[in-house]
Design a protein around this ligand. Structure first.
Ligand code: GRF
Length: 200
């Protein structure tokens, strides 16, 4: 299969979305680098098992968000990434990343944005008693869990759900949606016009 673009994946945790991208049969993109802010992130083991280069950029070693972002940007640019997929990356990056990669940084979030941005989106949905929540993939802008929405998938909230059961069902959708969106992005099928996304 022809590789269209290189993408860097940023992950802080278990990396199941990274795994879904690795396992996608027709992603149309090569994962050229995995970056984590946490040396113990299981995502790094997934990268190693798949033979993908990885780097740890520890948050605590930098004086500011801008310095941290600059270090990550350096790694990503050196790896020749054309785009970036955030996959459970728990640090907010400074605007410099978006300046260098405008409409080329994707994020996946476990709610139907703009509802429930930030941490514990699944718990927030349960606390509000919503009957439907879901998954959003969006381009990243300067605000947290904000930017042009690319795709969403709805997940019903069941009466007996807790955070673990609901998040597990949301993740099933995530693992289907993210590779499809990254694949479309890689093939140049996602366009931002007037702050909104159009698919071609
Ligand atoms: C996912 O639910 C994603 O939506 C959110 O963080 C979680 C990461 O999960 N941003 P994983 O590390 O990919 O398993």
């Amino acid at each position: 299969m022809e590789v269209v673009i290189n993408i860097a994946v940023l992950a802080s945790g278990s990396g199941t979305n990274l795994q879904a991208l690795i396992d996608a049969p027709d992603l149309g993109a090569e994962i050229c680098l995995v970056v984590s802010d946490r040396p113990e992130a299981a995502a790094l083991g997934r990268a190693e098992a798949a033979g993908i280069e990885s780097r740890v950029v520890p948050w605590g070693e930098y004086d500011s968000r801008a310095e941290f972002t600059k270090a990550i940007l350096g790694e990503i640019e050196q790896a020749g990434a054309d785009g970036i997929a955030l996959a459970g990356f728990m640090r907010v990056l400074s605007g410099e990343l978006i300046a260098v990669y405008p409409n080329r940084v994707l994020n996946i979030h476990p709610s139907l944005l703009p509802a429930f941005p930030g941490a514990n989106a699944v718990g927030q949905a349960l606390n509000h008693g919503v009957k439907v929540t879901g998954v959003t993939v969006h381009f990243v802008d300067e605000k947290v869990d904000h930017g042009p929405i690319i795709a969403q998938s709805a997940v019903p909230v069941l009466p007996d759900d807790d955070v673990a059961t609901l998040h597990a069902r949301i993740q099933v959708e995530e693992h289907d949606l993210y590779p499809r969106v990254v694949g479309a992005f890689a093939r140049g099928k996602i366009h931002v016009e007037g702050g909104k996304v159009r698919w071609s």
